[in-house]
Every structure is written in C-alpha cells, then in structure tokens.
Design a protein around this ligand. Structure first.
Ligand code: GLU
Ligand code: ASP
Length: 499
C-alpha cells in the first residue's frame, strides 16, 4: 500500500488522486465565490432591480456572518469525518448539500430561499472543505517530499475556481451578454450557474474518486464507539437546549431579529477558539513543549483573525466600493462590480511562484511570527490606501478609477502570501499530537472570528464613512502588526524549535 502511494506520479509528478481533489475543490470554490460575487447585490438591490430590497448595512453584515459560519462549521465536519463517516463520504455529502444550497437560490423564493441556502451551504462547506484538504495530505506517505508542492497545486485549484467564477456568475446574472433580462439582473440565473459548477465537481469526484482515492478514506480514522458517543449526545442536547432557550428568550422579548441572531453568532465564533485554547492548555495529553507551542499560537491566531477580517471584507466592503464608487469601464471595455472579486485569486496565482522562489532562496528569512507581523502591517496599508481616493478628490461622492481597487487587492494579496501558506504549515507544526486535526479546524476558526468581527463593523461602512472606516480599521491592523514585531523573538522562543 505504502509503496503504491509514493510510486504513483501520474498527475504532473503527483499522485493521480490529487487531480480528483484539485478539480473537486476548484468547482466547489467556483460555486462559493461565484455566489458571493453577486449575493451582496442580490440582497440589497431593490425588488424592481431583481434584488431582495434589504437594507445595505444588514446585507453587508449577513455577508460577513455567513462567511464566518462557513468556516465555523468545519469543526463539526472534521469531527464527523474522523469519527463517523470517513473523509470520502463526508466530502460527498457536503458537496450535495452545497449544490442544493445554490439550487435554492436559483429559485424565485426570496428570503426563505436565501436562509435555506445559507443553512445548506454552511453545513455543506463544513463537511467538504476541511476534509478535502485533509485528503490531500493523506495522498502522501510521511516524508514524501512532494507534499508541499502538492498542497501548492491544490491551492492553485482553489484560486483558479475563485478567479473564473466572478466572471462567469455575474455574466449569467446579466443575461449571458445578450441582455436577456433587459436592464435588470436575473440573480437566479447566476446562482444556477453556481449550482451547475458544484454538480460538475460532484460528478467528477464520484467517477474519478472511485478509481483514484484510497480505500482508507472510506472509513473514519478514529471510529466512535457507544461509550464515546454518550457524552457527545449529552453535550449536543445541552447545546441545542441552551440555544433554544436563548432564542426563545429573545423571541419572548420580541427581540428575535436578524441583528440579534448575528450578534449571537459573533459571540460563538469568538468564544469557540478561546474555549479550544483553554482546553488544549489544560489537557493532560499535552506535553510541556507542546503547551508552550500552543501559547505561541495565540498571537499568531489573533494576527490571522485580523488579517482575514481585512481580506474577507473584499467581498463586502470593497464590493460596495466597486458598485458605488468605481468607474465600471476602461475605455470601451465595460465590466460588472462583481467582476472585481477575481482580483484576489488572480493576484494569488501571480504572486505564489515569486514567493515560493523567495522562501527557497532567502537564507536568513524571518520566522513565521515575523512574516505574520509584516502581513498585518501590509493588510492595514491596503485599507489605508482605500482612504486615498476620497482624501485626494476631496469628496466621497462620484466615481474613481478602478485602479484604486486593483492596487488595494494587490497590496492585501502580498499580505496573504505572508500569512496564509505560512499559517497553514505552522499550524500543523505547532499542533499538539492529541489535537492534530482539531488544530487544522483552529486555523479556519481564525478566518471565522475575523469575519464575525466584520459582521459587527461593516454596518458602519458607506460611501459617506469610507475615509474614517478605512483609516481606523487599517490603523488597527498596522498597530497590531507593529506590536507583534516587538514580540517576534519571544513568540519564536515559545515555539520550541519550530521556525
Ligand atoms: N480563500 C481561502 C479559501 O477559500 C480562505 C480559506 C482560509 O481561511 O484559509 O480556501
Ligand atoms: N484568497 C481566497 C482563498 O485563498 C480566494 C478568494 O477570496 O477569492 O482561496
């Protein structure tokens, strides 16, 4: 079995199974980012324009809390795969739920369809995303030198899907270039394309997976027995009851509204990683060195959360800026506001080879905490940059060059290069043995926490407030980055020999 793994090199020198996972995740990300490229506009556009006519601040807040939930649910998805279904089945079930989520939005059922779709996609992504990444890891034997390159190719697949979708999905919503829907948009046509994308992903996964994914992935790593199940059931029941009581109380007070639901989720998304840290630090299964590494992970986690907060606001705050403040053509070439979402993954694809080269050549390169500190400063600058058009023109009314957004995304993607791949690898290295797979979920929880905070602050963003908004949030990130620079040595020492 082991021999086979290291001998299979039929996909650009990588195991053939990587191709299956590459295309599955490419299509899943296509559907996710395609949907997000138009969702914000769908929510706040007037009904006469094909939208739901929501208030803009609420729509922005929903975008962020939705993003937060999608990465929060990975905790459950990872657990179900490890202990109940095995990765193969979990990913498939997740993909099916995601597809139905997009189908819900493709139907003209307004708000109920939106909420149903959010529930389906949050659950589906939680099942699919962490486990498809985990399966990439298990394509390789321990010590197989191709692992890092394999992950880079996988990340390329993510960004390929994410780069194409913001062209394809808004194009469908705008009538496939034929103005099929007159001057209004048909968002449902766009969401249908997202559903079709996920459908392709599933077919490919099903047919190819049978041939090229290992049989091991059909079984849970650590199957749960009756005894183990008891406390889980108890805690789930307790959790559901607590949630029902809290929601019931809000309902009884006439306060069960979308704002309060968002507030509750924000609290959960911030509390969960704190509980995880406390649990790991107090666990008897964690050795002394491991405990010190977990402590080192705390500032890295906070830095990642701040970074993801800024990065993920690209589909919310920068999307609003694209729609309301940006000239949507260059010469005779016209584009849609949603098309700007392509810039993030595009810059990742362009910058990755440069950074791979840089890290391989730079002998005395900074350690992970140093890179994180720089990443936070740079992410903050990408925001401060966005305050400039309003300051330079002396007004935040009217439209400015699309190059402002291009510049901001370019800057934030440099930061992403310093945080995302470094963070993924350092997370696996700092993980205590007994918490190996949970630690991977922790990494996604940083993104989730960042977006949970966004859900509270994006409400204050509008053209009228853009200058202070970009300056304040940008400065916070720069200040945290600067503080972290002074702590680099300390954190590095706590990492117990890991770079
Ligand atoms: N853009 C990344 C993805 O979609 C974000 C995930 C992360 O938080 O690492 O895979
Ligand atoms: N940067 C995101 C991720 O790494 C992609 C996106 O936001 O479009 O995949």
């Amino acid at each position: 079995m082991e021999k086979q793994k290291s001998m299979d090199a039929s996909f650009f020198g990588q195991p053939r199974g990587l191709s299956t996972l590459f295309f599955t995740e490419m299509w899943e990300r296509f559907s996710y980012y395609g949907m997000r490229a138009i969702l914000l506009f769908y929510m706040y556009y007037a009904v006469s324009q094909g939208g739901l006519g929501m208030n803009q601040a609420t729509a922005a807040s929903i975008m962020s809390i939705y993003g937060s939930l999608v990465y929060l649910s990975g905790v459950v998805g990872g657990w179900l795969s490890d202990r109940v279904w095995g990765a193969r089945k979990t990913v498939f079930i997740g993909g099916v739920l995601i597809m139905f989520g997009h189908i819900a939005l493709s139907l003209p059922f307004g708000l109920p369809a939106l909420y149903a779709s959010i529930v389906l996609i949050v659950a589906g992504t939680g099942l699919l995303k962490p486990n498809v990444s985990d399966m990439v890891g298990s394509l390789y034997d321990e010590g197989d030198k191709r692992r890092d390159a394999g992950f880079s190719m996988f990340v390329f697949g993510i960004n390929l899907g994410a780069a194409v979708a913001p062209w394809a999905v808004p194009w469908a919503a705008n009538g496939f270039g034929f103005h099929l829907f007159g001057s209004t948009m048909n968002f449902h046509a766009g969401f249908s394309l997202a559903a079709i994308g996920m459908f392709f992903g599933l077919i490919q996964y099903w047919l190819d997976g049978k041939k090229y994914l290992s049989k091991d992935s059909l079984y849970p790593n650590d199957p749960i027995d009756r005894e183990g199940l008891k406390p889980i059931i108890t805690w789930t029941v307790v959790g559901v009851i607590v949630l029902a009581v809290v929601l019931g109380l809000f309902g009884a007070m006439g306060q069960l509204n979308i704002t309060n639901v968002i507030n509750i989720i924000t609290i959960i998304a911030i509390a969960l990683p704190i509980i995880y840290f406390i649990m790991m630090l107090n666990s008897k299964k964690v050795t002394k060195v491991e405990r010190s590494r977990v402590i080192a992970y705390i500032p890295l986690f906070i830095a990642a959360a701040i970074f993801w907060g800024i990065e993920e606001s690209g589909s919310v705050v920068l999307a609003l800026f694209a729609e309301q403040r940006t000239i949507l053509h260059i010469g005779g070439w016209h584009f849609a506001a949603g098309n700007f979402q392509t810039l993030n993954p595009l810059f990742i694809m362009i910058l990755t080879p440069f950074f791979v080269w840089l890290w391989s050549k730079w002998k005395r390169q900074p350690s992970a905490p140093g890179k994180f500190a720089a990443g936070m400063v740079i992410a903050g600058l990408s925001y401060m940059w966005m305050a400039l058009p309003g300051i330079i023109h002396g007004t935040t009314a009217g439209r400015v060059s699309p190059l402002w957004l291009v510049g901001s995304w370019f800057i934030v993607e440099i930061a992403e290069m310093l945080i995302s791949p470094i963070g993924l690898s350092v997370t696996t290295k700092l993980a205590p043995k007994a918490f190996q797979s949970q630690m991977m979920s922790m990494w996604f929880l940083a993104d989730s926490a960042g977006q949970a905070v966004n859900a509270q602050i994006v409400k204050y963003y509008s053209s009228a407030t853009e200058i202070p908004y970009f300056l304040i949030v940008g400065t916070v990130s720069v200040i945290f980055g600067a503080i972290m620079f002074f702590m680099v040595k300390k954190i590095h020492n706590l990492m117990g020999g890991i770079d």
